[in-house]
Design a protein around this ligand. Sequence first.
Ligand code: ADP
Length: 632
Amino acid sequence: MPYARPVLHQGNLPPRTAQRRALTALLALLACVALVGSVYGWSVRSGTRQLHRDAERRLAFLSNDLASALDKYDTLPAVLASHTELVATLRDASDAGQRQRVNELLERLAQETHVNAVYLMDAGGTTVAASNWRTPRSFVGQNYAFRPYFRQASEGGTGRFYAVGATTGEPGYFLARAVRQPLTAPPLGVVAVKISLDDIEANWARSGERLALLDAHGVVFLASRPSWKFHGMDPLPGEVLAVIRSAQQYGDRALQPLPLQPLASLGFEGLVQLAEGARPGPALLVHRQPVGRMDWTLVSFSDVGEVQHLARGYAIATAFGCGFVLLGLQHARLRRRGDEERRIARRALERADAQLEQRIGQRTAVLLEANHELARKLAEIDCTQRTLRATQDELVQAGKLAVLGQMAASITHEINQPLTALRALNDNAVVLLERGDQPAVRGNLQLVDALAQRIGGIVSQLKGFARKDDLRQEPVALAPVIDMAVALVAANVQQEGVRIERAAVDAALVVQGQAVRIEQVLVNLLRNAIDASRLTGDRHIELQVRSDGNMVSVAVADRGPGIAPDVRERLFEPFFTTKAAGQGLGLGLAISASIANALGGTLTAQDRPGGGTIFTLSMRAACVNSPEATQA
Ligand code: ADP
């Protein structure tokens, strides 16, 4: 069974979990957007508050600066009003010398006090002496009774007025005081000082701030941007315009309202947009601060663009922060998830490991069992082999004993027969000698001799079988050997009436061997053939010689009964014979086969077609076919 592999989650989330995660991500995104919006709003509000505070401080400073700059000159007309020269001039306006002296006096005074102009008007408002008496646009001779400051001064106070000069066209701050002698008397005239605010205006312009100074009607008469001047902060009502016109405060200027557009989008009071030419201009926060004793108002326009820019920066930083936090959370979540997956995988691996260990244990037990079984079987096989070996040894021993027994029986039988005959002949010889029958005794003795020869033959056969001497081999001419073998069986041939047919053998045919041994084999084969022929009655034996160059064979073929299969198996076995007792010892073929092997040849038996047997002796052809080949 295959082991269960650990299954790791790799992105295939269940739908509900995926939905929950998507919802969480959406909520986190919305929270981030809300946070960014809040930060932006808070930054704008906070920046604007700061802007307010800064503007208030700045306006307080500037208004103080402006008031002190104006107050510096506030007492100057009062001081001049008591000057005797001025009083004298007003008392006698016809004295040209006096007027000239006052002109020069006022000229010096203007230079020393750094004012724009100082001039003296009579009770009707006509200027009788002025510091600018030398200039083409001299005030001398000009009537300024229409100016509010003249009226204010004539009425007993200090005339204060800002206006564009009716003669010079240059704006300025006018301070005026009535000249009386004594102080309780009606005014002889009015002395006025015109102060230029150009330096202040230039400072404002240099500072880069957006500043405007409004008069009591709300008309801008001093500004850091020249284009703002002589415009109303708001549209001016007709009666106000009429008052301004009657005092010729700003000449014939239209006093159009400034191109201010209130902005409510940011939710702050006093937020406007001031067009600059064709462009809409930035969003500006308006601050107002009263200045001096003239019911003037100093207005500053603070650019909230910087605040917005800063707020945008904070918002972007917050967005990045949110992004980092979300990424961090996501990273932490993924890491947690990775840890969880690793933990699950580790557990699964541990489980698989444990399963593996268990299975290995089981398999090991099975293998150990199989091993024990094998060892047991091997032991059994070993035991069986030992038993077989013992049985085999016993069988070999039994076989040896059987052969020995057979041999002993054969020899005993073979020798007992002539011995019994010898004993009988011996007994006969004794009887015949007692009778004196000499011829019969002689006959007996001849038989005894024959029997002794027979026993000697048996013994020599046994000797031949037992001898293991090496055969010395030499080239042997085959034809004489065959002739000798046939001659040796001639007596048997004649006795049995057998006919041996043989073709002439090539005299040059030479084999490797020993002539006597080859003869012995051929004699044995011929005798067996004669014995077999007797059994069938067909006494026709053929002897053939063949040579293929390397081997030479001699075949002895008979027409006997042939060889039964059980006999064929034991044909060359020593002491195996089918012949009757006393007819054969069963050593002929065993010795013949042994000789053939010793010569490097073979001895075989085969059935002869048509009945009978063919025994073939094969020998090696001699290498040297020479006349020295051994002759039989
Ligand atoms: P023996 O002749 O003493 O029996 P051999 O060894 O010569 O011993 O022969 C063994 C046996 O082989 C014989 O007993 C016989 O049965 C068988 N045999 C040998 N030659 C022939 C043959 N030409 N035809 C049939 N049987 C034969």
